[in-house]
Design a protein. Structure first.
Length: 176
């Protein structure tokens, strides 16, 4: 047992991470206190955090790749995806638009488009939930439509796939 210098609780040695410079080879604060401290530091120093992550990757690319493919790594990605769903989704759309060589590609804020459309599916005119809506290109990417807010409209996933590549006509928004 060892007493954590932060929370003052006595915990088994397994609850302390290894630390080379300490006499007993264990950190002075417990794993959960260390986690809180690390997360606070990461939040306060996003740039440093990003740089050190990059350096770590350059030194141990295999370790990072192995971790990413492990169960823990995949669970972490899943958590990230769930927490940053809108951002991740927007990134996927952006990549697809670039891949399909849309003439104009801009960064999309999905929620602002949803709010502009007042949460109404542009195909069936019914409400769609904020958790489930998709964005539909009015002029499809396959027909050189732009990946811009003006060419995107809120839609149900089912309506969106029914419309597939603009086979069903869509009412185009007038340019402002
Ligand atoms: Zn502690
Ligand atoms: Zn719909």
């Amino acid at each position: 047992m060892k007493t954590c210098s932060k929370c003052q609780l006595s915990k088994p040695l397994d609850d302390f991470s290894s630390h080379r410079r300490e006499k007993d080879g264990k950190n002075t604060i417990c794993k959960s206190c260390d986690g809180i401290r690390k997360r606070a530091w990461q939040k306060a120093n996003p740039q440093k955090c990003c740089d050190s992550r990059k350096r770590y990757y350059q030194r141990h690319p295999d370790r990072v790749k192995a971790y990413n493919q492990s169960q823990k790594g995949r669970a972490r990605d899943k958590r990230y995806y769930r927490r940053n769903y809108q951002k991740c989704y927007a990134m996927v759309m952006l990549r697809k638009a670039r891949l399909l060589k849309a003439p104009i590609v801009e960064k999309i804020d999905r929620i602002s488009i949803y709010e502009r459309d007042q949460g109404i599916c542009h195909i069936c005119k019914h409400r769609v939930s904020k958790m489930k809506f998709t964005l539909d290109h009015l002029i499809p990417l396959s027909k050189q439509g732009n990946h811009t807010a003006i060419n995107l409209a809120t839609a149900h996933r089912s309506c969106n796939s029914r419309r597939k590549d603009g086979r069903l006509p869509a009412q185009l928004r007038l340019l402002p």
